[in-house]
Design a protein around this ligand. Structure first.
Ligand SMILES: Nc1ncnc2c1ncn2[C@@H]1O[C@H](COP(=O)(O)OP(=O)(O)OP(=O)(O)O)[C@@H](O)[C@H]1O
Ligand SMILES: [Mg+2]
Length: 234
């Protein structure tokens, strides 16, 4: 079995609004291993974003235990959480979030600049090629299609060589065929680079292409389905 990267037990995230308590997550057990793709499905408001924000240390649980790369994250300060995320997690968003005035190459290298690391042109080229944008490195985001923009965003997440890629509705702004090509790309990256991928989606077809599809309802897991794909039998 592959290395466990994330382990959550009884995860809760309650929000208090006046006298009302919103139980965004209400006791979720989840384990993520290296190289596996886990999709999270569920109706709007079921807790998908809340769950992946907890699992990627962007937010802290109000109950339960959470271990990330062997480290218990309960009670860590914001600075310590940043340290846990660094080099371990890469993020991809529904809206791509590219900087419009920077080229594809510059957008991809941006996380390295934030980390104070000098970009290695060869490494950047390798990542650009991995997402199939070799011919677009000098272009600006507005010169790209939505699917190509999402590929840039994936490359930008990969440049820090994360072990886990977290994607909240990565196909949400794309048509079906383009979404499918992004899912294919994620699957290829997971198997070639032993990258764990955690994604949310409203699309059941995409969700069931993952190694595991977890369905949430009202902050709880109501079903979990496994696929016997290459990644799980490896
Ligand atoms: N900051 C917050 N304060 C109060 N309630 C919140 C907050 N963030 C989320 N919630 C509530 O938690 C619940 C789960 O929200 P979440 O964003 O995780 O749902 P989701 O499954 O990602 O939905 P969608 O498919 O629409 O993206 C919702 O009822 C939401 O209103
Ligand atoms: Mg959401």
């Amino acid at each position: 079995m592959n290395e466990v990267l994330i382990e959550g037990r009884g995860l809760k995230r309650y929000y208090h609004r006046g006298s009302e308590t919103v139980k965004a997550l209400d006791g979720v057990d989840i384990t993520i291993r290296a190289g596996e793709i886990v999709s999270i499905l569920g109706p709007s408001g079921s807790g998908k974003t809340t769950l992946i924000n907890l699992l990627s240390c962007l937010d802290a649980p109000t109950g339960g235990t959470l271990t990330i790369a062997g480290r218990s994250v309960a009670g860590l300060s914001e600075d310590q959480l940043v340290e846990v995320r660094r080099g371990l997690l890469g993020f991809v968003f529904q809206q791509f979030s590219l900087i419009p005035t920077l080229t594809v190459r510059e957008n991809i290298e941006l996380p390295l600049i934030f980390l104070g690391r000098r970009p290695d042109p060869q490494k950047t080229q390798q990542v650009i090629d991995a997402v199939g944008l070799g011919h677009r490195a000098g272009h600006l985001p507005r010169e790209l299609s939505g699917g190509q923009m999402q590929r840039v965003a994936i490359a930008r997440a990969l440049i820090v060589e994360p072990k886990i890629l977290v994607a909240d509705e990565p196909t949400g702004n794309l048509d079906k065929a383009t979404g499918e090509s992004i899912i294919d790309l994620l699957k290829r990256l997971a198997s070639e680079q032993n990258l764990a991928i955690l994604l949310t989606t409203h699309n059941t077809v995409f969700a069931y292409e993952a190694d595991r599809a977890i369905t949430l309802e009202d902050g709880r897991i109501v079903s979990e389905e496994r696929q016997l794909s290459a990644a799980t039998i490896r």
